[in-house]
Design a protein around this ligand. Structure first.
Ligand code: NIG
Ligand code: FE
Length: 421
């Protein structure tokens, strides 16, 4: 079956050079190289972009084919962009922590709430008790919302089980969801998200390595491992120990670092060869430079400081100015309950001074490079002949509209692997 998109508005192809390499600095805003003017069309075949050409010539060549083998969409001059790659989510958990905002407004910090038995611990209680079928159903609904908002590839962490059986249950649920939905899911084992109630930290680290990790590796669904490396949670030494053990089992690190303070986490992430250091709100410039040299992506999650009432001051502009590669993602979790990449784009542009095109690179091509084998020809994140047909038709004639409708959905149509969702 073929799909022909005609009369496209401007297209953000984000296609410049090797799609497995992130863009940085001035290359992120090179309109000439990263976009096409209005008037083009796209032919999609078997989930792949087969041809990009002028509407007239594509229409002449294919437009008269019978409707059994070809469907046609008239884009009506609406802009087209690549499907979003949300490279940091805690998709699966049960329970409700909406009460925590009230506590924060009384002056309690994220750590205070955690120490009182709220936060991750609370969600762990609910999630351990949830049958896998419930988690799958929650995940299915969340994925439908995310895809409606333009996400076509997603990283998905465990981390609300904190024991072997429950972590395995979460990873199994995301694996099943990968088969049941159209979304591409990349799973991460985050057993080191917190310490289970009543267990000493050293004992838990030991059980992560000797008990959880071998089962996770045997199960084979997680490709990545993550640790919440932050003063008050996992130390640098513990993080290193867990990551080194996980690497022996073939898992690639992507880590939570420097969320609340500069704990030297990004530096460690880069030293450990992590594909990404995430949050990184407080990392030092030296660590950012080192990470960039080492090929470790910095992934900013501005939705989290936003919901925690913290300052929105991620240094996105200085990343561009210093040629540091970076991405943006949602961090969907029980206290940052947004699956909306367009909302993250709004924070990045309306508040953090990125241009819409720079921000678009940071939610498509750049995060995609952290989720693939470097040789993978089907890497998502850009629109190019021979690449996957993951693309979005916007409700606007302007590419920039993708992040200019906070609280609303700028996506008219999500197309995943050539299928209209
Ligand atoms: O990335 N900071 C650690 N983990 C999550 C939040 C988890 C939670 O509060 O449930 C995050 O923001
Ligand atoms: Fe997170």
């Amino acid at each position: 079956m073929r799909l022909l998109l005609l009369n496209a508005g401007p297209i953000a192809t984000i296609d410049n050079g090797d799609p497995t390499i992130p863009l940085k600095g001035a290359d992120m805003s090179d309109t000439e190289k990263l976009t096409l003017p209005r008037g083009y069309g796209i032919l999609i075949e078997n989930g792949i972009v087969n041809k990009i050409g002028q509407t007239d010539s594509l229409n002449n060549e294919f437009g008269s084919e019978d409707t059994e083998s070809l469907s046609v969409i008239d884009c009506n001059n609406q802009a087209i962009i690549p499907g979003f790659v949300d490279s940091h989510t805690h998709l699966l958990w049960d329970g409700d922590r909406a009460n925590e905002m009230h506590l924060r407004q009384q002056g309690l910090s994220y750590s205070d709430i955690a120490n009182l038995g709220g936060g991750i611990t609370k969600t762990v209680e609910f999630t351990r008790n949830a049958p896998i079928e419930n988690l799958i159903e929650l995940g299915r609904k969340r994925i439908a919302r995310a895809m409606n908002l333009g996400t076509t590839t997603m990283e998905c962490k465990s981390g609300y089980g904190l024991d072997r059986q429950s972590e395995i249950k979460l990873l199994e649920a995301s694996h099943i969801l990968g088969g049941k939905t159209h979304l591409d899911i990349h799973s991460t084992w985050l057993g080191a998200h917190d310490f289970p109630k009543g267990m000493k930290s050293g004992d838990y680290v030991e059980s992560l390595i000797s008990d959880q990790l071998p089962s996770v590796a045997e199960q084979g669904y997680a490709k990545y491992c993550d640790v919440f490396c932050e003063p008050g949670w996992f130390t640098l030494e513990q993080t290193e120990e867990i990551v080194n053990a996980a690497k022996i089992h073939g898992l690639t690190p992507r880590l939570h670092v420097d969320e609340f303070v500069d704990g030297n986490g990004l530096q460690l992430a880069a030293e450990l060869g992590a594909v990404s250091g995430d949050h990184v709100g407080h990392s030092s410039d030296d660590a950012r430079e080192y990470a960039s040299q080492s090929g470790t992506m910095q992934t900013f999650l501005p939705g989290t400081p936003y919901v925690l009432g913290d300052q929105l001051n991620s240094p996105l502009r200085s990343c561009v100015d210093n040629n540091w590669q970076f991405s943006l993602a949602t961090d969907f979790n029980p206290n940052c309950r947004t699956l909306s990449i367009p909302f993250v784009g709004s924070l990045a542009t309306h508040r953090l001074n990125l241009s819409p095109l720079e921000a678009l690179v940071a939610v498509t091509r750049n995060p995609a490079t952290t989720l693939i084998e470097t040789t993978d020809l089907l890497v998502p994140g850009s629109i190019r002949e021979g690449g996957p047909a993951d693309l979005l038709i916007l409700n606007s004639e302007h590419i920039d509209a993708w992040c200019q409708m906070p609280g609303d959905n700028p996506i008219k149509q999500t197309i995943k692997s050539g299928q209209v969702m």
